[in-house]
Design a protein around this ligand. Structure first.
Ligand code: NAD
Length: 474
């Protein structure tokens, strides 16, 4: 008979939603058991998503920068890529190091960690089936579900398991395909496409909608697209993949769109057309937890599911599927479990695309303001007027603010340029605190930094900015 254990709080999933939930609850004195199929804690984000991709994007950016130095009179030989060493660096020195960090954090707080697949037997019991060894039955008082999401790969495109990649396969760096097709011009397609292009692949992107990163404002995408059109072999927007077939020489793809080649041949294809909630194999119905028609777990403002003692956070609890959203929800769920007055009501969840240049936005976008008829003023500060951008030779950036016309309250912040992924947090804080443009312009920003672009952009709300000349009044 299977062993039976019990716990006060069960957390299913050890990604950026689950492991912080387990740590917060343990810090508050709860007896916590954390279950994940993977013995490396950290979930998709750490093991096969955000972290390995960002390590590789950092290397991609260095490769670009070293090449760009030739313009400034410093020349290096072309790169020699030792793929095995690169793979081992990312897996051991980056991912492995952070895996051990989380393992130490759970150990220090006395969180019980179980490796195995959990399925519900009833509203207070799961069965945990490890990949090796005996299964066990776990009784729990409360539960936080954080099972994450999975890449979507349409079955018609699954014609060759070696050559058709999802993001997980692409990040394993098994080879450098001479010709790589990326289907989907969203976050994953552009980030991983950037990595492979920097490492030497000829990258082609096919995007079904009329522009890359369809959710972002066009003026933010423009500088990135301009650069990617130089780095990539081709970018086709408004284009659909009609068929994907395994051929002797590779993968043959036919496209549907205007002015696109009908048939193209690739060595590998990365499918990056979105993700779906990982809720199908949990037997949620046995617990009485309701999901919507797309498989997302239904939650209230406390992240409580249809079963009062079970909560859900992260990708499986609804969009956007972003690690920082999961982590923030984890705090809300734990505080709600403790009976504290917690609710999920962020004014802004930042979005960052870690390409080169990066794109970041938070709060209201211009696209959304126009679609929903929200009164707004747009202020733009081009980085050609930033001393720091000139020193970096990266003046293609743009900082923009959306403000309420009368009060000048900051409704949205958008940026494109190097390092904006780190800079957007100031915009998020401004929106969360209900700041007006005057608050930003009176905040002294260090010189010379790219952060000054936010301060100067805020000056524009009152007519002028130091580094942007206003036409003289006649
Ligand atoms: P995405 O939604 O960002 O982009 C998918 C793109 O594929 C869209 O532009 C869509 O129009 C296009 N598309 C859909 N079907 C298509 C088809 N048949 N042919 C061509 N194009 C098609 O999804 P993703 O890039 O797969 O990423 C999934 C999620 O992972 C993101 O939404 C995001 O939440 C998360 N993510 C975030 C980051 C980050 O924060 N930097 C990075 C990677 C992933």
């Amino acid at each position: 008979m299977a062993e039976t254990r019990s716990t006060q709080l069960l957390v299913i999933g050890a990604g950026p939603g689950g492991y912080p939930a387990a740590l917060h609850a343990a810090d508050r004195g709860w007896a916590v058991t954390l279950v994940d199929e993977d013995n490396r804690l950290g979930g998709v984000c750490l093991n096969r998503g955000c972290i390995p991709s960002k390590a590789l994007l950092h290397i991609a950016r260095l490769l670009h920068e070293v090449r760009a130095l030739a313009e400034q009179g410093v020349r290096f030989e072309g790169p020699q890529i030792d793929l095995e060493r690169l793979r081992s660096y990312v897996q051991k020195q980056v991912v492995g190091r952070l895996n051990s960090g989380i393992a130490q954090l759970t150990k220090a707080r006395g969180v019980q960690v179980l490796t195995g697949h959990a399925t519900f037997l009833d509203p207070h019991t799961v069965r945990v089936r490890p990949s090796v060894g005996e299964e066990l039955t776990l009784r729990f008082e409360h539960c936080i579900l954080a099972p994450g999401s999975l890449p979507v790969v349409p079955s018609a495109w699954q014609v060759d398991p070696q050559r058709i990649w999802d993001s997980t396969a692409a990040l394993q760096l098994s080879c450098l395909p001479p010709r790589l097709l990326v289907i989907g011009g969203g976050y994953i397609g552009l980030e991983i496409g950037t990595v492979y292009a920097a490492l030497g692949s000829q990258v082609t992107v096919v995007e079904a909608l009329d522009g890359l990163l369809p959710l972002a404002d066009r003026d933010l995408v423009a500088p990135l697209e301009k650069r990617l059109r130089r780095e990539f072999a081709a970018i086709y927007v408004n284009t659909r993949v009609a068929s994907v077939q395994a051929a002797e020489e590779g993968i043959a793809v036919t496209l549907e769109g205007r002015d696109v080649p009908e048939r193209l041949l690739f060595d590998h294809v990365l499918v990056a057309v979105g993700r779906r909630p990982n809720t199908a194999h949990l037997n949620l119905d046995k617990a009485g937890v309701q999901v919507d028609e797309r498989g997302y777990i239904r939650v209230d403002a406390q992240r409580r599911t249809s079963v009062p003692h079970i909560y859900a956070v992260g990708d499986a609890a609804g969009e956007p599927g972003l690690a920082h959203k999961a982590t923030a929800e984890a705090r809300v769920a734990v505080e709600a479990l403790l009976g504290e007055p917690a609710a999920w009501q962020p004014r802004a969840i930042p979005a960052v695309v870690f390409t080169d240049p990066e794109i970041a936005w938070a709060g209201l976008t211009e696209k959304q303001a126009q679609a929903e008829g929200i009164p707004h003023e747009v202020l733009k500060f081009p980085w050609t007027a930033s001393g720091r951008a000139v020193t970096l030779d990266r003046t293609e950036g743009l900082t923009k603010l959306l403000v309420e016309p009368d009060s000048k309250r900051i409704l949205g912040v958008g940026m494109v340029g190097v390092g904006v992924g780190d800079m957007i947090a100031e915009g998020v804080l401004a929106i969360e605190m209900g700041a007006v443009a005057r608050d930003l312009l009176e905040t002294i920003h260090p010189h010379p930094t790219l952060s000054e672009t936010l301060m100067e952009c805020a000056e524009l709300a009152y007519g002028a900015s130091v580094h942007i000349a206003r036409p003289k009044r006649s």
